[in-house]
Design a protein around this ligand. Structure first.
Ligand SMILES: *Cc1c(COP(=O)(O)O)cnc(C)c1O
Length: 469
């Protein structure tokens, strides 16, 4: 092919691919066409069904009057809202609710359109600094000390991977079969998944018992560690929970920290669900000892209602995290020396390389609302859970799991088939969604109160359904 023919072919392909390059005006029109149904969603989500699968009147049909089936964006919105469960509804009380603040979604629009390379300071100083500010804020919130650092991740599971990579780095010289790891049967399964991913399932796993409130039995932890020392093992890691998914239990962090210090264990705290209750003064005493953690996982997509895909790893020795996840590459610039804290490259502390620019979700939301607004929302959830706990305790024939420590309230009837029936009956009209679990051989319905859209009317709606049954 000669150069002229080549040019002709290039021009033809350019014109065929030209639709990809929207003009500013096209972009504006497309955004505007998306806004109608999205605004309707924002308006209706709080009172809309939590379980459209079951609902006679799903949200998608409520906003269908705003949808034009010829418009691809409208088709996308309609398909997103089909059936399933609706985390955006105030009645969503299953699993761990991820509310999805519209303000944070605006930040996503900005970061996706501008699409800067937020992993490296030299590529996007403003974007990288925004993440540094968020990490700095969280290191302070948890009192992790001057050397702590961390990184934003896609969620708690990826955050656990970063943290446990740093933990492994701290005992790099010890063969895997010698390492002993301690956790309770209430630890989130992401810990086991992470250990498997890292090949650490070949280490020794000790399951520590729990007390009546599902908290780690620390004297037993100490006994197990001492026994492993006698056996010539290397006690390595204790995985504690600050808010379990099952019951919201907070392990006795202060006492665990003491055992960890005595035996040089890596003290990891999974605060994916519970961590942001640290913003509430009244909840803080329950977290005492978290400041001694070697690593912490917390999920802004849970406690701060950020869009899904927002987790955080924090490590007391930030440099160890960097060493754990970094390898040099010829095609990447080297970081010379240690940059000032707010000029660090998030990519240096992350297992991911090219990554979603997540910090603006949190930065923009804090800028608009302030930390105290989130604290008030979470304090409201603590009181709502307390209110629900008391109401359910008044219902004859119901067993309510004792003394909720955060915002998980679990209840059951005498037998599993009866509890199954009650669960199905709560879900029947789709307004409220709660999910089940099993602990100590019992089948429970669990309620988790966390979304910024969940209020007293949702507690009343749940209690009404339980009573009606
Ligand atoms: C949700 C959760 C996780 C896992 O986080 P993802 O963001 O879903 O990956 C870990 N631990 C606890 C306690 C959780 O509630």
């Amino acid at each position: 092919m000669d150069q002229d023919a080549l040019r002709k072919q290039i021009a033809e392909l350019r014109s065929r691919s030209a639709p990809l390059e929207w003009s500013g005006e096209t972009f504006r029109q497309q955004c505007e066409s998306a806004l109608g149904p999205l605004a309707a969603f924002v308006e209706m989500a709080a009172g809309g069904p939590a379980f459209p699968e079951q609902s006679a009147n799903p949200l998608s049909s409520q906003i269908s009057s705003h949808l034009d089936p010829e418009n691809p964006i409208h088709r996308l919105i309609a398909s997103q809202l089909q059936l399933g469960t609706e985390h955006g509804s105030g009645g969503f009380l299953g699993f761990i609710p991820c509310g999805g603040l519209p303000a944070a979604a605006l930040a996503d629009l900005v970061t996706s359109v501008t699409n800067r390379y937020a992993s490296f300071t030299h590529a996007a100083p403003g974007a990288a600094a925004a993440e540094c500010e968020v990490i700095e804020w969280l290191c302070r919130l948890f009192g992790l000390g001057p050397d702590a650092w961390g990184v934003l991740t896609s969620g708690g599971t990826m955050a656990t991977l970063n943290c446990l990579l740093a933990a492994r780095e701290s005992v790099d010289h010890v063969p895997v079969e010698k390492l002993a790891i301690y956790m309770t049967d209430q630890a989130h399964h992401c810990a086991a998944r992470t250990l498997k991913t890292m090949g650490l399932h070949r280490s020794v796993r000790r399951i520590v018992g729990t007390d009546a409130l599902y908290r780690m039995d620390v004297p037993e932890l100490r006994r197990l560690v001492q026994e492993d020392v006698r056996l010539g093992m290397h006690p390595f890691l204790v995985v504690a929970s600050a808010g379990t998914t099952n019951t919201g239990a907070i392990d006795p962090l202060d006492e665990i920290a003491r055992v960890a210090r005595e035996h040089k264990l890596w003290f990891h705290v999974d605060a994916a669900y519970g961590g942001f209750f640290m913003l509430c003064e009244e909840a803080r005493p329950a977290f005492r000892g978290i400041e001694h953690a070697d690593s912490i996982v917390v999920d802004p997509h849970k406690g701060l209602s950020m869009p899904m895909g927002t987790g955080v790893s924090l490590v007391r020795d930030g440099e160890l995290l960097r060493k754990a996840v970094q390898e040099d590459a010829d095609y990447l610039p080297h970081t010379q020396g240690a940059p000032p804290r707010l000029q660090r490259s998030p990519g240096d502390y992350s297992f991911e390389l090219t990554r979603h620019n997540r910090a603006p979700r949190i930065r923009l939301s804090l800028d608009i609302f302030g930390e105290e607004t989130f604290a008030a929302a979470l304090s409201e959830k603590l009181l709502l859970a307390n209110y629900l706990y008391r109401e359910l305790n008044q219902v004859p024939g119901l067993t309510v799991l004792r003394d909720p420590q955060l915002t998980v309230v679990a209840f059951r009837r005498d037998t599993e088939p009866q509890t199954q029936q009650l669960w199905q009956s709560i879900l029947r009209d789709g307004q409220i969604f709660v999910s089940p679990t099993r602990t100590r051989g019992e089948f429970w319905i669990r309620t988790c109160v966390l979304s910024f859209r969940t209020h007293i009317e949702h507690m009343e709606a749940l209690v009404e359904r339980v009573r009606a049954f």
